[in-house]
Ligand binder design. Structure first.
Ligand SMILES: [Zn+2]
Length: 373
C-alpha cells in the first residue's frame, strides 16, 4: 500500500493523535509523484531550486514550495490525463475567473471518503434516526458545479431525512435566497417530534435567526436537533459576529444548546474535513498539517502568533494540493484544550486586513508566473 493510502487508513480513534513520521512519508511520496507526473509543477519546484529527494524528515516539510490558492484559479495544474478524473470540483468564487479547478481521481475520493467516514463517526454525526434537513445553501441543480452545493447535499445523507429544504432555491430566474420559507418551515417543524439538522453558510443562518429574533419568535426545536455551519462567511464579513454571540442567538431563537452546534471547515484546494470539538476548536487531524507564515517574510511563525494559513495534505494525486497557501489569517494554538485532544487547533481569523493579503498572494503568484507549459 502507498504511504499516502496508509495515512488515510488512520484508525478512527487516532485521527487526532498526530503521527508525524507517517505524515512525512506520505507527503514525500506525494511530492515525488507530482514532480514526476506534472511538468508544470516540476517547473515550479525547479525554479525554486527544490528537489523532493532532499526531504529527509518531518521538519523539512515547510520547505516544500507552497502554491497560492489564487494560482489554482488562473492555471490548470492537473497532474494526470483527463480520463483519470472522477470529480472536478470548483470553489464558490463570484465569477468564472475566480473559481479554482481541482481534479480528483478515484483513489483521491476513496481516501477522502475514509476520512469523512472517520471524522463524522468520531464526532458522532452519523445517525440512523429520521431527521428533517434544512440547508442554508444552494439547492442542487445540474448548472451548479460549486463544491459547496455538493458538500451540503452530501450532508443530507448523514442521517435518513424526512424532508429537505434549501434556503437558496433554484427558480426559473436562477438562484434566489428565500429565508422566509425556511422561517415558516422551522416554526412548523418545531411543533413536531422529528429532530432537525441544519447546515450551511453561517451568514444566512445568522441573518434568519436575527430576523426571527426581531419578530420575537422563540422556538424549541425537537430534542436531538443539530445546528451545523460550514462554507465560511464569504462576502458577509461586515456582519461577522463573534462565535459566542452566535451561540447565544441560536439558544434564544431555536432553543438549541451550543453543544449541539457543529462547525465544519475545508476548502476546494484543501479537501480535508475539519470539525470543531466540544469547545469549538478546529483540531488538526492526522490527514493534514497547518503552517502559519509571516505575512511579509512568509517564514513560519511560532505557535500562538498570527499569520497566513498554509495547509498541507498528501490526499490528492490528481492535483498537487500538498502545500497550498490561503489568503486567510489564522493562529495555531498549542495550549491544551479542555476537550482532551492533544493535537493543536487552528483559529481562523478570516481576511481581516484584506488589502495586505491580496498584495501578498498576488506577489506569490507573480513569482510563479510564466510557468504554463
Ligand atoms: Zn478541543
Amino acid at each position: 500500500m502507498s504511504k499516502m493510502s496508509s495515512l488515510f487508513n488512520t484508525k478512527k480513534k487516532n485521527i487526532y493523535n498526530l503521527d508525524d513520521k507517517k505524515f512525512f512519508l506520505a507527503m514525500k511520496e506525494n511530492c515525488l509523484f507530482h514532480y514526476k507526473n506534472n511538468p508544470q509543477y516540476k517547473k515550479i519546484l525547479d525554479k525554486m531550486n527544490f528537489d523532493p529527494n532532499s526531504l529527509k524528515s518531518y521538519s523539512d516539510l515547510e520547505k516544500i514550495p507552497f502554491i497560492p490558492t489564487l494560482y489554482f484559479k488562473h492555471h490548470n495544474l492537473l497532474s494526470l490525463k483527463k480520463s483519470r478524473y472522477w470529480i472536478k470540483a470548483t470553489s464558490s468564487g463570484t465569477s468564472d475567473y475566480n473559481v479554482s479547478r481541482i481534479g480528483l481521481t478515484f483513489t483521491d475520493l476513496l481516501r477522502g471518503w475514509k476520512m469523512i467516514k472517520n471524522v463524522f463517526s468520531y464526532h458522532r454525526l452519523w445517525s440512523i434516526k429520521m431527521h428533517r434537513c434544512i440547508i442554508f445553501g444552494y439547492e442542487p441543480h445540474r448548472s451548479n458545479e460549486r463544491a459547496i452545493a455538493k458538500t451540503a447535499h452530501g450532508f443530507t445523507f448523514l442521517s435518513p431525512s424526512l424532508s429537505k429544504d434549501y434556503a437558496i432555491r433554484w427558480t426559473k430566474d436562477g438562484y434566489q435566497v428565500d429565508l422566509d420559507n425556511i422561517e415558516m418551515k422551522l416554526i412548523k417543524y418545531s411543533r413536531g417530534k422529528v429532530p432537525i439538522r441544519t447546515l450551511g453558510f453561517p451568514a444566512y443562518t445568522y441573518f434568519l435567526l436575527k430576523q426571527m429574533k426581531d419578530k420575537g419568535i422563540k422556538l424549541t426545536l425537537p430534542k436531538g436537533s443539530i445546528i451545523s455551519l460550514g462554507g465560511g462567511w464569504k462576502s458577509f464579513y461586515k456582519e461577522k459576529v463573534d462565535k459566542q454571540a452566535f451561540y447565544n442567538l441560536v439558544k434564544e431563537v431555536l432553543g438549541v444548546d451550543d453543544n449541539h452546534i457543529f462547525e465544519f471547515f475545508g476548502a476546494v484546494e484543501h479537501p480535508i474535513l475539519y470539525t470543531d470539538c466540544r469547545y469549538h476548536h478546529f483540531h488538526i487531524p492526522n490527514y493534514s498539517r497547518v503552517i502559519i507564515r509571516d505575512v511579509e517574510t512568509l517564514k513560519p511563525v511560532k505557535n500562538g502568533e498570527v499569520g497566513l494559513i498554509n495547509l498541507l495534505t498528501p490526499l490528492s494525486i490528481g492535483t498537487p494540493l500538498l502545500s497550498v497557501m490561503t489568503d486567510d489569517l489564522g493562529i495555531l494554538h498549542e495550549e491544551p484544550c479542555p476537550c482532551g485532544e492533544k493535537s493543536p487547533y487552528l483559529e481562523i481569523l478570516g481576511r481581516s486586513g484584506v488589502e495586505d493579503i491580496i498584495t501578498c498572494a498576488a506577489n506569490a503568484e507573480e513569482f510563479l508566473k510564466g510557468e504554463e507549459p
